[in-house]
Design a protein around this ligand. Structure first.
Ligand code: GDP
Length: 485
C-alpha cells in the first residue's frame, strides 16, 4: 500500500488537523473547538488514513446509532434470538453490529477502557455504545459523534439484562462459550471479560481465530478496567489497518483521547474557572499529580521529599535561594511567573510547597505560585460531581508545559496523554521509602496496559506479551504491564 501521509496539525485549526469532524456547529459543547486555545498544540502527526477512518466511523454511527431504523431492527433481532435461544444469523442481511461499554473503576480507568473499545470498534466496524449505569457519565463528556448519540438508550426491556453484573464465568461470556466447546460466532450476543482477573479462556479474545468468529456476533458487551488497546496490536488481522492508522504507535491515546473526550459545558466551566484563577497569567505552567495506592504505602513527608527532589533536580521547580541570594535580589522583579497546579486527593503536598516558596520567596528569576483546586480525601467514582471534578483536573493537567505524575496512575496517564507530553514519573515507593532516583522522564506518552494477557495463542499457553511484537514493550513505570512504543 501507499505510505500514509501524516501531518502535524496547525495550532489555529480547531479541528486539530481534521481529527475532529467539522460537522458540529452548536453551543452544546463549548470545549470541543475551544480547547485548542488553551492546550499546547500537538507535536504528534495524524495520518490522513486515521482521519478518513474516523469520518467513515461517524457515518456508520449515524446510520446504526440509537434512534435509527437499523438500531431498532438490531434490538428486535436480539430480542427474538434471546427469546428463542436461537442463532442471530437467521436473517439474510447482516445489519449493524455493536460494542457496549460499561463503567468499571475510577475515571482514568474508564477513559482508557473506553478508548480501547473505540479502537476495537473502528477495527471491526462495530458501533460503540456506552451503558452509563446510573449517572456515572452524566454531564461529563460531550457527544463525540456528530448527528448521533453514543449513549445506550435506557430501556427496561433491553434484551441483555443486568449488564453491570456481568462477570468472569457468566454463561454468555466468551470464555464460558469456548470452555463449552461451542462456536462463539453463532451467539446473538456475547460478554467479553477484559478485567485484570481474566482467565486463559477469556484471554483468547486477543487471538486471531477467535476474532474471526466474533465478527459474526452482532452484540458484544464488555467490562474492562484497563487500557487493553496495546494488545490489539498483537492480532495479525488488524496489523495492516493499525499500521496505516498509526504509522507511529506511540501517540494512539493522545489522538483518540483528544478525539473522544470533550468536557461537557458544566465541566468546561470548572476548567475555565480554575484556568483563569491559576494558569492564565503564568509564563510557565507545571502540573504535579500526586496519587497514592494502598498497595504501595509511603508517608506524606517521604513523598513530599520525593516530589521536591524530583522537581528541583529536573529543573521543573527552582531551588530555594539562600538568605544571601535573597538579600541580593531583594528588589529585583522576577523574570518569570511559574504556576504550579497540584492535583491530588490530599491537600498536604500543595500546602507544603506553597509554604516553601512563599516563605523563601523566588530565586529572583522565577516567582512560584502553587494551587490545588480540590482535595477530596477519598475516591467516590459513583458520584457525578466527583467525576466532573476529576475530569476537570485531568483536562487542566493537560494544559501544562511540564508534568510530574505518579507511577501506575491512570488518572496521570490521561492528563499527560491529552497534553501529549512525556511526564516525569515519580517512582513507586520501595519498602515505604522513595526510590533512590525520585523520578524518571517517561520514554513514551502512551498509557500502560497493567494486566496484559501474557497468552500465546498458537501454543494455547503462557507467553510474554511484552516480547511478541516490536511495538509492544514492558512499561517504564510498571514492568508487568505493556505499552506501545
Ligand atoms: P487511578 O486510580 O490513579 O488509576 O485513577 P482513576 O481515575 O481510575 O481512579 C481514581 C479516582 O479517584 C479518580 O477518578 C477520582 O475520582 C479520584 N481522584 C484521584 N486523584 C484525584 C485528584 O487528584 N483529583 C480529583 N478530583 N480526584 C482524584
Amino acid at each position: 500500500g501507499t505510505a500514509p501521509f501524516a501531518t502535524v496539525p496547525d495550532p489555529r485549526d480547531p479541528t486539530l488537523g481534521g481529527l475532529l469532524s467539522p460537522d458540529f456547529n452548536d453551543s452544546s459543547c463549548l470545549s470541543r473547538y475551544r480547547v485548542s486555545l488553551y492546550r499546547r498544540p500537538s507535536l504528534h502527526a495524524i495520518s490522513s488514513y486515521l482521519v478518513s477512518a474516523l469520518r467513515r466511523y461517524e457515518s456508520l454511527h449515524r446510520q446504526c446509532g440509537p434512534g435509527t431504523p437499523a438500531y431498532a431492527r438490531a434490538v428486535e433481532r436480539l430480542r427474538a434470538a434471546a427469546a428463542s435461544n436461537a442463532s442471530a444469523a437467521t436473517s439474510s442481511s447482516p445489519g449493524c453490529s455493536y460494542l457496549v461499554w460499561n463503567p468499571v473503576e475510577g475515571l482514568g480507568n474508564r477513559i482508557l477502557s473506553l478508548t480501547s473499545g473505540f479502537l476495537y470498534a473502528l477495527l471491526t466496524d462495530r458501533v460503540l455504545l456506552v451503558h452509563s449505569g446510573g449517572d456515572a457519565l452524566d454531564d461529563l463528556f460531550c457527544e463525540p459523534f456528530p448527528g448521533s448519540t453514543w449513549i445506550l438508550p435506557a430501556d427496561k426491556d433491553f434484551p441483555i439484562r443486568g449488564m453491570e453484573q456481568l462477570n468472569l464465568g457468566h454463561h454468555e461470556s466468551l470464555g464460558s462459550v469456548l470452555r463449552r466447546g461451542e462456536d462463539p460466532g453463532v451467539a446473538p450476543w456475547l460478554y467479553a471479560h477484559l478485567v485484570n482477573n481474566y482467565d486463559a479462556q477469556e484471554k483468547q479474545f486477543f487471538c486471531d481465530d477467535v476474532q474471526a468468529q466474533l465478527r459474526r456476533v452482532p452484540w458484544l458487551v464488555f467490562h474492562s478496567d484497563n487500557y487493553f488497546l496495546p494488545a490489539l496490536f498483537l492480532i495479525p488481522r488488524y496489523e495492516r489497518e493499525l499500521a496505516r492508522m498509526f504509522p507511529r504507535r506511540d501517540s494512539v491515546f493522545h489522538h483518540l483521547g483528544r478525539y473522544l473526550f470533550h468536557p461537557s459545558n458544566t465541566v468546561w466551566s470548572m476548567v475555565m474557572r480554575d484556568h483563569d484563577e491559576y494558569f492564565a497569567r503564568a509564563d510557565e505552567r507545571v502540573g504535579i499529580q500526586v496519587r497514592t495506592f494502598s498497595w504501595a504505602p509511603i508517608s506524606t513527608d517521604e513523598l513530599y521529599g520525593q516530589i521536591l527532589n524530583c522537581s528541583q533536580r529536573e529543573d521543573i521547580l527552582p531551588a530555594v535561594p539562600s538568605v544571601g541570594e535573597l538579600a541580593a535580589n531583594a528588589d529585583g522583579q522576577p523574570a518569570k511567573q511559574k504556576a504550579v497546579l497540584v492535583v491530588s486527593l490530599h491537600g498536604e503536598y500543595s500546602e507544603k510547597l506553597r509554604d516553601l516558596y512563599q516563605k523563601n520567596g523566588s530565586t529572583g528569576r522565577e516567582a512560584v505560585s502553587v494551587y490545588q483546586p480540590t482535595h477530596l480525601g477519598a475516591q467516590r467514582s459513583g458520584e457525578k460531581e466527583h467525576n466532573q471534578q476529576a475530569f476537570a483536573e485531568m483536562v487542566l493537567l493537560g494544559f501544562s508545559d511540564a508534568v510530574v505524575t505518579s507511577a501506575v496512575s491512570t488518572f496521570g496517564y490521561v492528563g499527560h496523554g491529552l497534553a501529549g507530553l512525556r511526564p516525569w514519573v515519580l517512582g513507586s515507593p520501595v519498602d515505604g521509602k522513595a526510590p533512590n532516583t525520585p523520578c524518571r522522564r517517561a520514554t513514551s506518552i502512551e498509557p500502560c496496559f497493567h494486566s496484559p494477557p501474557n497468552y500465546e495463542c498458537r501454543a494455547k499457553g503462557d507467553g510474554d506479551t511484552g516480547r511478541m511484537v516490536r511495538h509492544v514493550r514492558h512499561c517504564g513505570d510498571f514492568p508487568q504491564g505493556v505499552q506501545l512504543v
